[in-house]
Each structure stands twice: as C-alpha cells, then as structure tokens.
Design a protein around this ligand. Structure first.
Ligand code: ADP
Ligand code: MG
Length: 556
C-alpha cells in the first residue's frame, strides 16, 4: 500500500484477526480469541497475552500520525465507517481476549482523560510487553521488570515536566491543530479548531469539571449550508419556536423562569370514568382547572417573569393567559437544554410554577427567532455567559457527525490546555528524548532493573519509529538521526512529517500537551504492569523458581 500526500484518503480494510463478532473480518492465524484462557499457565500465559496485545497494536499502528492510513470498518450489516482514530477502531471491534480488553480500556481511559494519544497508548503497551517478554526469556523475573518499569515511568514523568514549557496563545492553537492532524479535511479541521479554541476560552473562568466542554457547548445540527458554514453562537440555540406566534419573536432581555414540569391541567387517569349526573359538574371541573392556570400565570406575573421555559406541555387554555400577561413561553424543552439555560441565566428550575420563588428566576439578555431553511430556531442568551451552541451545518448527517467528532476532539484538548497549558514537542521528539534520558538513567541502577529500564527506553522509541514508517521513511535512519540531532540541539528536535526531515517542533508547530503525553505514559505502563502481574500470579502457582516453557507458541 502506498502512501499518498495531502488529504486524499487511503482506505485500508482491516484484515486482522484481532476483530471478531460484529465486524466482518477475515480469520487469520493471529486470531486472539482464546478459548482456553483458564488452562493456560506460566510462561505460555504471558506469551499469549503479549501476542494479543501485539496483534491489537498491529491493527492500529498504521493509523499513527498525520500520514497514518484510514481504516475502513465493515459491520456485519454491511455498513462502514472510515476513520483514522485508533480508539474508534478499537471500540467498534468486538474483542474477547482479556488482555486485548485491557488495552482497549487503557485507550478509552486515555480518551476520557486527555482526549488524544489513544493510538500511542496502545502501541506503548504492546511494545512494553514485547520487550518484557524478551527479558523473561533471558531469565528475568516478571516482578523485576515490574520494578524497573515503575522506576522508568516515574523518572520519565519527572523529565517530561522538566522539558515542558507553558504555551502561548498561538502555540495552543498549534497544539489543537496537531491533535486533529489526519482526522479530516484540513480547512474543516482549521475552522473547527478555531471554534473550539473560542469556546474553550469562553469557559476559562467557569467552575466545574472536565465535562464542562460537553455540558456548556450544545452541538446543534442544521441541515442547510455546507460544513464550512458551521459557527459558534453565544447562548443556547435550539430547534423550536414560542408557543404563541402572536407574542413577540424577539426580546432584549428580561426575567426568565425555568419549570421542570408543565403548565397544564392534570389529566384524568386513562381508565378512570366519571359519571356526570348534571352538566354543572363538568363545568365545575373546567372552571377549577382554569382557576388553577390563572393562579399560576398570576404568580409568574407577580414575579415579573417575561420568559417561561417548560420541560412538559403548556396547555391550550394556558397559552392565551400567558400571552395576556405578556409572558412568552416555550414548551417541551430537553433537560440538557434546560440545564445549559439555567447556567447562563442563573435561573434554577423548579418542579411547578406555584413553588417558584423570586430567587429561582434568572436573567436573559436576548432572545430571537430565526428561520433557517423552513425551520424555526430560537436563540436565548444569558446574562451570565459561559454557554454556547456550535451550529453544525452540512448536507448529510454523516458530514455533520464527522464535524461534531472533530470538534469534540478539538475542544477536549483546547479546554484542558487552558487549565494545564504545559506543552511538549511532538513528532516523536519527546519519546526519542526519553529513550536517551532513560538509557543514561539505567546506567546508574544496579542489577537486573537496569535491563528493564533499557527495555522501557526501547519501547519509547517505537513512537518515532512508527511515525517514520507511516511517513514512508526508514525507521532506523530516523531514530539514529533524531538521537544525533537531539544530542546537539536538545529535546525539541523531532521528525517533521510535513517536511520529511528533523526540525525544531516549536518552529514546525508540532506540539502536544503535557497532559496527553503524561497520561499515555502512565496509562500504558499501568496496563503493561497489570499483564505482567497476571503472569506472575500464574507462575507462582506452578513453581516459583522455574519458568514453564511448555506450550510456548510464540514462534509461529
Ligand atoms: P494518537 O491517537 O496517539 O493521538 P495520532 O494518529 O493522532 O495518534 O498521532 C499522533 C502522533 O503524530 C503524535 O506523536 C504527534 O506528535 C505526531 N504528529 C502529528 N503531526 C505531526 C507532524 N506534522 N510531523 C510529525 N509528527 C506529527
Ligand atoms: Mg491524536
């Protein structure tokens, strides 16, 4: 398969045995589904676990980096997705082997915590395990390797923090750009990265956890326009219009009330029947219902409410009452939208209108309605800010969903970067540097841990090696020249895939957040160590002193 320049996509059908189940995959000798996991003991357990990890990493290594290939995943029903994203590949596949699951969990955890570096994580686990297996074959006990890996990861993280620098605004953009490399059309990625940066900056002063970037930025799909027309608007935009078209379509602000219920008569139970003996009874029911609605609307009016948002219905009888009181109402709001609106206006939602207190109301600063195509949309801006809507345009759902995926990745990184602005060089630079750093650290260690630290260093080099391979370059040449150039010019020299040569990653703008690199290291080491520990337990069960090489089936 040849590598094409630019953004043309190469679709590679995965024919790796790591996939089974819902994906139509070709069976191969690398099939990792093990039926006899329980019975596998001693060394052969480790061999099989390493095999599982390697075959999984093998399936996604060609997606690493901007020149990585796309994978086309074919589902059992014939539908297909094309992706360059390691975590998508892994999460879509049905994988049975416990070690393979562990790798997928490590990459999902990377995705959740750092939103990038998922492919890197899986590759590192597999390399760490492969190198560990080689040591085990030389007679090094897994627990020694675990100790060495522990020392190595701690030293490495310390070194990452020493090398890292605080990013300025343009560098933050470059970091977001680097994280989107290869994920889609470059002008679309640029647009979405810019919007993500804007959104992330608007959230800087907001309190809350990492899920703010999800909760405070609504993604709204609009069919009209092309994906390049997507935009970010301040406030909550939604596909909805007011209940009474006779009320004003826009407003310059006022008091808002949010009700986690409705403004309607209690419905009679479906099976209940009432015997109406004289017509006055029915009229009585109706009158009382209207009185209740009047009381509710009167209560809203007494609190000065201009805008009512209801999660449930607003009944036909209530609509004229509200309009007469000068209250514009919206009904059937989704809870997510209510929560966003509540944040940006300061209103807290109450169960029913009559329990609303003045302190529950909030302030909106603008409301407007706009037809996009034939469809009415409403925009409500809050007085407190901190909430936005990404209006995702595009002609087909697939195009819009692709934009949303790219935006999600971009804002995930942009948002975290504002909280942790330290950055590191990409292009395999930081891993090449760690490899050199760890090798000199290993020399200071005594005993067999030294071997494990060297094995760890070698695993780090897999990242520049695979980046070079995917860029169609000789990996050995790249590793050697990187080591030489870094020796002379320091750790910020990396392999620039756009130019096909080593360069200063700051000048090239190939930058990665410290939190991505650090989490990839700690996550992959943790996963590798837990596989080594499984083996350790099994080994102890048979005979703690002699490795059991029976059933060895690595060289196939
Ligand atoms: P991951 O899922 O691990 O993030 P990616 O496919 O996104 O995998 O690849 C990320 C790797 O590609 C990082 O090591 C990053 O530094 C590298 N990279 C991105 N852009 C470039 C570039 N222009 N030149 C060299 N390396 C790059
Ligand atoms: Mg990435």
């Amino acid at each position: 398969m040849e590598i094409e320049e630019g953004h043309s996509r190469i679709h590679e059908r995965i024919e790796n045995g790591a996939y089974a189940g819902s994906l139509a995959m070709v069976e191969s000798e690398q099939d990792i589904a093990l039926e006899d996991t329980d019975r596998i003991q001693g060394r052969s357990a480790l061999v099989n676990n390493v095999k599982a990890a390697s075959s999984l990493a093998g399936a996604i290594r060609s997606t690493l980096g901007p020149k990585g290939l796309d994978k086309m995943l074919v589902e059992a029903d014939g539908s297909a997705i094309v992706t360059n994203d390691g975590v998508t590949v892994l999460e879509t596949a049905k994988v049975e082997h416990p070690t393979a699951r562990l790798l997928i969990d490590a990459s999902s955890s990377q995705d959740r915590a750092a939103r990038d570096g998922t492919t890197t994580t899986v590759i590192l686990v597999a390399e760490l395990l492969q190198n560990a297996l080689e040591l085990v074959r030389m007679g090094v006990h897994p627990s020694v390797i675990v100790n060495g890996y522990d020392l190595a990861v701690n030293e490495s993280i310390g070194e990452l923090e020493r090398v890292a620098e605080v990013a300025d605004r343009p560098q933050k953009s470059q970091v977001v750009g680097t994280s989107l490399q290869g994920k889609g059309d470059s002008s679309l990625c640029n647009l979405l990265a810019t919007l993500a940066m804007e959104a992330a900056e608007a959230l800087v002063d907001q309190e809350g956890g990492d899920d703010l970037e999800r909760l405070r930025v609504k993604r709204l799909q609009v069919r009209q326009g092309s994906s390049m027309d997507s935009s970010l608007v301040n406030g909550l935009m939604l596909l909805k219009s007011r209940v009474d078209m006779a009320t004003p379509a826009s407003s310059d602000g006022g008091v808002i009330a949010i009700v986690d219920g409705g403004l309607e008569n209690k419905k009679l139970e479906i099976n209940a029947s009432i015997e109406v003996e004289d017509t006055g009874v029915l009229q009585g029911f109706h009158d009382r219902a209207i009185e209740n609605l009047q009381a509710s609307v009167g209560h809203l009016k007494s609190l000065g409410v201009d805008l009512l948002i209801a999660r449930d219905g607003v009944s036909d009888e209530a609509i004229p009452l509200l309009s007469k009181a000068g209250i514009v109402a919206y009904r059937r709001f989704e809870r997510k939208d209510m929560e966003l609106l509540s944040k940006i206006t300061g209103a807290s939602s109450v169960r029913d209108v009559l329990s609303l207190k003045e302190s529950d109301t909030g302030v909106f600063s603008r409301r407007s309605e706009e037809s996009i195509g034939e469809v009415k949309h409403t925009l409500i801006e809050g007085s407190m800010g901190g909430g936005m809507t990404l209006v995702v345009r595009g002609s087909s759902p697939a195009v819009r969903e692709e934009s949303i995926r790219i935006f999600n990745d971009a804002i995930g990184v942009a948002f975290r970067l504002n909280r942790s602005p330290e950055i590191l060089p990409g292009g395999g630079a930081i891993q090449a540097h760690l490899a050199r750093f760890l090798r000199s650290y290993a020399l200071k260690q005594s005993g067999r841990e030294q071997l494990a630290i060297e094995a760890y260093a070698a695993a780090m080099e897999s990242i520049p090696r695979i980046l070079a391979e995917n860029g169609g370059r000789d990996p050995v040449d790249v590793i050697l020249s990187l080591a030489a150039d870094q020796q002379e010019m320091g750790p910020w020299i990396g392999f620039n895939l756009d130019e096909g040569r080593n360069s200063d990653m700051k000048e090239a703008g190939v930058l990665e957040p410290l939190f991505v690199v650090r989490h990839a290291l700690s996550g992959s080491t943790e996963a590798a160590i837990s596989v080594l520990r499984i083996d350790d337990v099994l080994w102890a069960k048979t005979d703690p002193s002699t490795p059991d090489w029976k059933g060895e089936e690595f060289e196939d």
